[in-house]
Ligand binder design. Structure first.
Ligand code: ATP
Length: 269
């Protein structure tokens, strides 16, 4: 196994930061007990762009993604230090209402996880929990979210059928629709297509490309072609650090760091 220099880094900063940055971390560290999984990551995510998080297994991609809307809070023994800046607020602060914050920063997981409810019920559940009861408004949000997730045409006549009867790809797009029904600014996706066949994968990818008009997207993926196809920026994670963060085209064609070059060319380790 080749040893890589963890000090060799290329991490771009976005200019004109206030205008452009949707969410950023500053010296973020995450520990699971004694295991420091994230070792001081500072990254900025540009508004209305897709950023891919890539890197070998166990290097901290999912941990980092989950910390962006404090999902790691749910795991006991976890400690998170550093800033997570969103709209001028450090959302890593204990004063932040996490429930409220997650309306702005939504998440879609690796395996489609629809509730055991109708398609309509999946999308309206959280809205109702947040106090929305107007039927017309709920109907409109269901329609617009399903349209944005490119699922409306396939399900519009079956909205009251079980979500569990949908295909895996459709279920994942329903989970995307469910997340965007809350009108978040930032959408976090952890390998959203890894459990899907190639056709469903390409539909999810198309959906994400269309969604970036309205959302800022961060996606963990093991699929290099996928990262190259859909993302504007790519961050290469290695052993809890980010060694390279740049425009995707540069990361894949002219990486500046040896470890990235080996990883994207399939010669890693
Ligand atoms: N819930 C958890 N409890 C304890 N340790 C964890 C937990 N989740 C991840 N870890 C540890 O944190 C480190 C980073 O794991 P993480 O899942 O974030 O990496 P990853 O890059 O997303 O991996 P993969 O590509 O395999 O999904 C690993 O050492 C892992 O064992």
């Amino acid at each position: 196994m080749r040893e890589y220099d963890l000090n060799e880094r290329n991490i771009i900063k976005l200019t004109d930061a206030h205008q452009k940055v949707a969410i950023a971390t500053n010296d973020l560290h995450v520990w699971y007990g004694q295991n420091e999984a994230i070792k001081g990551v500072s990254l900025e995510f540009e508004k209305n762009k897709i950023t891919s998080l890539i890197g070998p297994s166990g290097c901290g991609k999912s941990t980092y993604l989950r910390s962006l809307n404090r999902m790691n809070d749910e795991i006991s023994g976890t400690k998170v230090t550093g800033e997570i800046m969103y709209q001028g607020i450090d959302i890593n602060s204990s004063k932040v209402d996490v429930y409220e914050m997650r309306k702005h920063i939504g998440m879609v997981f690796q395996r489609p996880n629809p509730f055991s409810k109708s398609i309509y019920g999946n999308i309206t559940f959280a809205l109702k929990q947040h106090g929305l009861t107007d039927k017309q408004e709920l109907d409109e949000i269901v329609e617009s979210s399903l349209k944005q997730a490119a699922l409306w045409d396939q399900v519009k006549d079956n909205l009251h059928k079980s979500a569990l009867a949908l295909s895996g790809g459709q279920q994942q797009r329903l989970c995307i629709a469910r997340a965007i029904a809350m009108k978040p600014d930032v959408l976090l996706l952890d390998e959203p297509a890894s459990a899907l066949d190639p056709i469903s994968t390409s539909k999810v990818e198309e959906t994400l490309i269309n969604l970036k008009q309205d959302y800022t997207i961060a996606i963990v993926t093991h699929n290099m072609q996928q990262a190259a196809r859909i993302s504007d920026y790519t961050a290469f994670f290695y052993m809890g650090n980010v060694l390279e963060y740049d425009e995707t085209a540069k990361v894949f064609t002219r990486p500046k760091v040896r470890a990235t070059e080996d990883y994207v060319s399939g010669h890693f380790g």
